[in-house]
Write a protein that binds this ligand. Structure first.
Ligand SMILES: NC(=O)c1ccc[n+]([C@@H]2O[C@H](COP(=O)([O-])OP(=O)(O)OC[C@H]3O[C@@H](n4cnc5c(N)ncnc54)[C@H](O)[C@@H]3O)[C@@H](O)[C@H]2O)c1
Length: 426
């Protein structure tokens, strides 16, 4: 891996922010033969990539990094100004939301401030990060105001939102239609030319339509999962089985489609609704969706308390720390919220996650003699019959199993090990 100072670089594309979105994207452009500069402020992240290792798990990317290293067309730097030498500059920095229900674009603005003195005429700026409606126009206006240049003539700005699911980057970059919304037609066309390298359909639109399409894709998912989560809580009130009710809704019914409950969170879903909510005509609707999803850990703890009484001194095994199945990404995971609630109940907590070995006990140790076992992430390892069998062998016979995902396939949110053992033996 080359450092930017080692080459006389006048590259095709710069990626600012080598995170879960930016790094696979930088590698993918490089794999297609473009000369790429990768920029990140995080020295440890750069050192890991320079050493030829992926800093996180993303299917197929270690092999891709090896390949790109051999080609030598990716250079790395921690100076945002170095990106100014590129024809296209893609911003893939995190866009959190303030607790005030408002996008926080400070990192994006800080990057622009460093970049602008080095920006070359004719460059295109692409927001790949998820942003609130109006942010792409803001960026164009900000650049024009700071430089005296004119958007659509001297520089180009577009939003090309990342819509890929973690774990499927390399498949989806070559299959998903790519939305490109420029602040003018020239901006759209320039950015289409860049992303055409991946060979997928190009969906040309306006900047604001692209912004709305991205955030409402995530709002749709967040809301879709809030409904079964609320239904699960409703079923508990009536002592009904949520999995049975969902089956009754969906089975052979053309207008069904209820999703299954779960710990619904993660960096994107948990914040992106706020980008609409910040100026909503129905203030509170999406906040309510968020509250439902956010209350699943408390619902679980209250359900356990209702069945077992105090948790003081009881062993509770939490299975799964990441926000997503078979991923090592635990950012904004509800597992930690669950653990905090359990700590406040004075429970003795054991944790297992096959994807975060440093924070994890061996599976058998975590579940041994447990009074309660809670599946917080539906990793595929938990759906292996061996996982449930181990519990039946080593946990307490009256152990309460809580499985909102139905990962163990017991078809119950709350069930007792002895009861499950009887069913599986039958
Ligand atoms: N992770 C996903 O699956 C996903 C999917 C779609 C969209 N998005 C959106 O993409 C954006 C990036 O998400 P992510 O998960 O890759 O975030 P991330 O936190 O993994 O990566 C951001 C990177 O930017 C770097 N950075 C921050 N400020 C910088 C600066 N001024 N200069 C250079 N580097 C800087 C950080 O060090 C970090 O490595 C967010 O807007 C997110 O909502 C993420």
């Amino acid at each position: 891996m080359l450092d930017v100072d080692e080459v006389n670089w006048g590259g095709d594309v710069a990626i600012i922010g080598l995170g879960r979105v930016g790094l696979p994207l930088a590698l993918s452009f490089a794999d297609h033969g473009l000369r790429v500069i990768g920029v990140d402020k995080d020295g440890r992240r750069l050192a890991t990539v320079r050493a030829g290792r992926m800093p996180f798990k993303e299917t197929g990317t270690q092999e891709l990094l090896d390949r790109v290293n051999a080609k030598g067309n990716l250079t790395l730097t921690d100076r945002v100004a170095d990106a100014g030498a590129a024809e296209h500059i893609v911003i893939t920095i995190g866009t959190p939301s303030f607790s005030h229900i408002e996008i926080d674009i400070r990192d994006i603005r800080a990057a622009l401030d460093e970049l602008l003195p080095a920006l070359r005429r004719g460059a295109s700026l692409i927001l790949r990060s998820t942003v609130a409606p109006g942010t792409t126009e803001f960026v164009a206006g900000y650049v024009a105001k700071r430089t005296g240049l004119r958007a659509g003539r001297d520089f180009y700005v577009a939003h090309a939102p990342e819509r890929i699911a973690e774990g499927r980057f390399l498949t989806e970059i070559h299959s998903l239609p790519c939305i490109v919304g420029g602040v003018d037609d020239m901006s759209t066309e320039r950015v289409v030319q860049l992303f055409e390298v991946f060979g997928t359909e190009m969906l040309r639109t306006t900047a604001v339509a692209a912004e709305l399409a991205k955030i409402w894709t995530n709002i749709l998912r967040y809301t879709k999962f809030a409904l079964p989560n609320l239904l699960m809580m409703n079923c508990e009130q009536y002592d009904a089985n949520v999995f049975e009710v969902i089956d009754l809704i969906n089975r052979d019914y053309p207008r069904g489609g209820m999703a299954l409950p779960g710990f619904t969170a993660g960096t994107c879903l948990r914040k992106d609704f706020a980008f609409s909510e910040e100026r909503s005509n129905a203030p509170g609707m999406l906040l309510a969706v968020s509250r439902v999803n956010e209350s699943v850990p408390l619902f679980v703890v209250q359900g356990v308390r209702r069945r077992l009484g105090t948790l003081n001194g009881k062993k509770v095994a939490v299975l799964g720390l990441t926000f997503k199945r078979d991923s090592d990404d635990d950012r904004d995971s509800l597992s930690y919220k669950l653990i905090r609630f359990l700590e406040r109940e004075l429970a003795d907590i054991a944790v297992h996650d096959p994807f975060l070995p440093q924070q994890s006990e061996p599976y058998e140790d975590a579940v041994a003699s447990a009074d309660v076992i809670i599946v917080a992430t539906n990793h595929s390892a938990y759906s292996d019959t061996a996982a449930l069998n181990t519990i039946l062998m080593v946990a307490r016979p009256d152990c309460l199993i809580v499985d909102v995902w139905n990962a163990f396939g017991t078809g119950q949110v709350f069930s007792y090990a002895a009861e499950v053992a009887a069913v599986t033996a039958a």
